[in-house]
Design a protein around this ligand. Structure first.
Ligand SMILES: Nc1ncnc2c1ncn2[C@@H]1O[C@H](COP(=O)(O)OP(=O)(O)OP(=O)(O)O)[C@@H](O)[C@H]1O
Length: 802
């Protein structure tokens, strides 16, 4: 089939999707008629066959345009006819060739070809390329598991770089076009470059693929692991009978969140926590923490309110209905409410009711709530010493809880209750922070719309709350808190008031609470007075109420025991003891008659006022001042001061100037039950000492109170109302009060003031003049004092001459 000198004619067999390279041995399954004929022709004539790839694999009868121009001349090594009419041929690629022209043939394609030169150019560059090719191929084979080890080995044994290029290319997973490009490229160097490029790219791609695979694998592994574990947890929960419950609970919580009207900030917080909760095992400690937190937010009243209108007339009626007397406090409260009604929103100072225990502070707050149609909550601050008690602990603490304010709001169930902060004076502070500073924020209307509880961690609006505070002692309230409060004083009750309260309020209340009918039990005025005087010792009426309640309980038992259901009981002063036992107290009464060295003072205690008898006796001795009766430090110092004053007055009182050197002075204050401290007994001690020294008695119906200075000035004291109440109760008729306390007299009930002969005193000299009884025509002082200032100068002179 030779034609011109450098061209030859060969039968052509088109290949669908394979490129045959020189040096390559490949089996081909041939089905197309033309191709079979071309093969048979080549076998018959023992010539080579030209194998060239189709441009489109799907083309069944490709023409001259449907095939590439460069292909490979190949030897047909073997032909095998298969039963289905196809032929399996084993061919071996020999040399590259390009089609010059297509020759006409009726059975198969016939082409004129020119072989392409394929010279071996052994340059250092080619050698370098060759080495790289081997290395890259080896690397590629390592990554790509599809290339058999034998192939790698045989590639290593190929010496001819031309063969090496073709064999490697034949084994690479390339597209037909790429392989064709290699086949068509002119020089060996170019072919090597193309393959190196391809190898490089394939290696990178394979590595990337590997990396992606590994990543996908680990992700899959994690998801599978999580899935497996969560399934296992569910299984365990089911086994323990909690699985469904846990889910139910969460669903319930979600439902509750949906139903509750929460502000946006609380809603987003709770939603976040719910999400957390869903992914937690129900038995873990953390789950309980999250669940408690959600419960806490849900149980707080965020927007729920009771409709409250301030109706002054109604408020006045209710306050009068619930409490006897307390005229001034009630008036102040009503004025306060009137202002609140005008400004609509609670602003301005907070009310603070100050007074002894049991005078109705808390119960007035309760009445205010009733009058305003609001709910009532009470929080006792007594003993609160840690800021966290008010503000709560952060949730990171074990066992953290919201503070007392938020807990109380949970109890209130509405956002606008009357909130009574009891005993603000009993708070203390320590290293854990000052609770009063947290309270400042609560009580400040400017700040409390965004109260921050550490546990809640979101702001809570307290601006709708009507705060009222109570205290026993104004001095115990931190000053910054006092600044924000409007103080309303409630003083102790007189015996008459107590009697009225018992008759009008306490007895009917206890009769009803203990299941009696009206009229079943009655107490005579004498009986009530007996209880007040001998069974209670208080400024308020709490103990009185407790005793009445005790009587009711005893009578109830008595009635049941004797089966006397309809029996009516009437108690008198004589029969009270049958139910209450022996009297507990001896209330302070004026002495029957005047005595030397015995003066009567007025004491103030937590439970009201009382009479305090001070006795002095003299013994021969060496100038010691003995003080007994469990006196506190301040009172001991008062006694010293009193003695110093007496010494400074010795000469004028007709005493020897060194009287104290020959005597021991013993001052005793009986009545162990009364706590004795504070300076207000100063003038009483001095009077008692003087009386003993000059051997003249003190008026027994006279009582006094006042602090004494070394120079005899009388200084003001506290608790005047309670002291005067005690004086009245103890049958005292005359009272000496420091002049500086004059303004406090207005607080004392008029009834009491009228019954007592009150003298305001400025100096101890006046006290002695008024208290010590001297015989007619006799003077107490040798040189009557002209005025206190003169006196003081003379005291100094007197001291220096000694
Ligand atoms: N003026 C009054 N009229 C009728 N009842 C009264 C009056 N004052 C007090 N009470 C009754 O006395 C009892 C004790 O009062 P309450 O508990 O309010 O005292 P308090 O001043 O708050 O004491 P504390 O300082 O110990 O908290 C209550 O039952 C109250 O109703």
């Amino acid at each position: 089939m030779t034609n011109q000198s450098d061209t030859k004619v060969f039968p052509l067999m088109p290949l669908r999707d394979i490129v045959i390279f020189p040096h390559m041995v490949a089996p081909l399954v041939v089905g197309r008629k033309q191709s079979i004929l071309a093969l048979e022709d080549a076998m018959e004539k023992r010539t080579e066959i030209f194998l060239v790839t189709q441009r489109k694999a799907s083309d069944d009868e490709p023409g001259s345009d449907g095939i590439y121009e460069v292909g490979t001349l190949a030897n047909v090594m073997q032909l095998l006819r298969l039963p289905d009419g196809t032929i399996k041929a084993l061919i071996e690629g020999k040399r590259r060739a390009r089609i010059i022209s297509h020759l006409p043939h009726d059975r198969f394609m016939l082409v004129e070809l020119r072989e392409l030169p394929d010279e071996l150019e052994v340059t250092p560059e080619v050698t370098a390329y060759e080495r790289e090719l081997r290395r890259y191929f080896e690397e590629f084979a390592l990554i790509n598991k599809k290339i058999a080890k034998e192939v790698v080995k045989s590639v290593q044994n190929i010496d001819d770089p031309r063969k090496l290029v073709h064999v490697i290319c034949a084994h690479l997973p390339l597209k037909t076009e790429e392989k064709q490009r290699v086949l068509e490229s002119e020089s060996l160097k170019m072919r090597m470059e193309i393959i190196l490029d391809i190898l490089n790219r394939e290696i990178e791609l394979s590595e990337l693929e590997k990396e992606i695979n590994a990543r996908v694998k680990t992700r899959m592994g994690k998801t599978q692991r999580n899935y497996y574990l969560s399934e296992k947890v569910k299984e365990i929960q089911n086994e323990m009978g909690q699985g469904e419950d846990g889910m139910d609970d969460i669903a319930e919580l979600e439902e509750a969140v949906r139903k509750k009207k929460l502000p946006q900030i609380a809603l987003s917080k709770v939603t976040k926590e719910l999400k957390k909760l869903r992914n937690m095992p129900p038995m873990s400690a953390e789950t309980t923490v999250v669940r408690n937190y959600i419960d806490c937010i849900l149980s707080l009243p965020w927007k729920k309110k009771l409709r409250s209108v301030i109706d002054i007339n109604k408020a006045e009626k209710i306050l009068d209905e619930d409490h006897y007397g307390l005229k001034k406090p009630k008036e102040r409260i009503l004025e306060y409410l009137a202002v609140q009604a005008q400004v609509k929103k609670i602003k301005g100072p907070i009310l603070c009711l100050v007074g002894p225990p049991g005078v109705g502070k808390t119960s007035i707050c309760r009445s205010v709530a009733r009058a305003l149609n609001r709910k009532f909550v009470r929080l006792s601050l007594g003993g609160v010493r840690d800021e966290a008690e008010i503000r709560g602990h952060r949730r990171t603490y074990i066992g953290a809880m919201p503070g007392k304010i938020i807990q109380s709001m949970q109890r209130a169930e509405v956002s606008n209750p009357v909130f009574c902060l009891d005993e603000v004076d009993k708070m203390s502070m320590d290293f854990r922070g000052d609770p009063s500073s947290a309270l400042l924020e609560v009580l400040d209307p400017e700040q409390n719309s965004a109260f921050n509880d550490h546990y809640l961690d979101i702001d809570y609006d307290l601006s709708e709350v009507f705060f009222i505070t109570t205290a026993n002692n104004l001095h115990g309230i931190p000053v910054p808190l006092q600044d924000r409060m409007e103080i309303i004083h409630l003083s102790g009750y007189t015996e008459e008031e107590k009697q009225k309260i018992a008759e009008g309020y306490l007895i009917p209340k206890q009769i009803e609470e203990n299941g009696f009918r009206k009229g079943d039990i009655s107490l005579t005025a004498g009986a009530i007075l007996e209880i007040i005087r001998r069974y209670t010792k208080e400024a308020g009426v709490r103990d009185l109420e407790r005793n009445i309640s005790a009587i009711c309980r005893k009578i109830a038992r008595d009635r049941l025991k004797k089966g006397a259901k309809g029996k009516k009981y009437r108690l008198s002063a004589q029969t009270v003891g049958k139910y209450l036992g022996t009297p507990k107290y001896r209330f302070g009464l004026a002495e029957e008659q005047e005595r030397i060295g015995l003066s009567t003072g007025l004491a103030w205690t937590e439970v009201g006022g009382d009479l305090l008898q001070i006795e002095t006796t003299l013994m021969t001795g060496s100038g010691k001042l003995i003080i007994t009766g469990k006196l506190g430090d301040v009172m001991q110092e008062s006694a010293q001061a009193a003695l110093s004053y007496v010494r400074s007055r010795a000469e004028r009182l007709g005493l020897e100037s060194d009287f104290y050197q020959k005597l021991d002075i013993h001052v005793h204050v009986p009545e162990g039950a009364i706590p004795k401290d504070g300076p207000s007994a100063g003038i009483t001690i001095a009077t008692s000492i003087v009386s003993a020294l000059i051997k003249k008695p003190v008026k027994h119906h006279l009582a006094m109170t006042g602090e004494i200075t070394l120079r005899g000035r009388v200084l003001p004291i506290g608790g005047l109302t309670e002291k005067l109440l005690a004086a009245k109760r103890g049958n005292i008729t005359e009272v000496l009060v420091p002049r500086d306390n004059e303004r406090n007299l207005n607080d004392v009930p008029l009834k009491i003031r009228k019954k007592l002969n009150i003298t305001l005193v400025e100096h101890m000299d006046e006290v002695l003049e008024l208290a010590i009884i001297v015989r007619e025509g006799e003077a107490l002082f040798k040189n009557p004092p002209i005025n206190p200032v003169y006196n003081e100068i003379s005291v100094n002179q007197h001291n220096t001459t000694q």
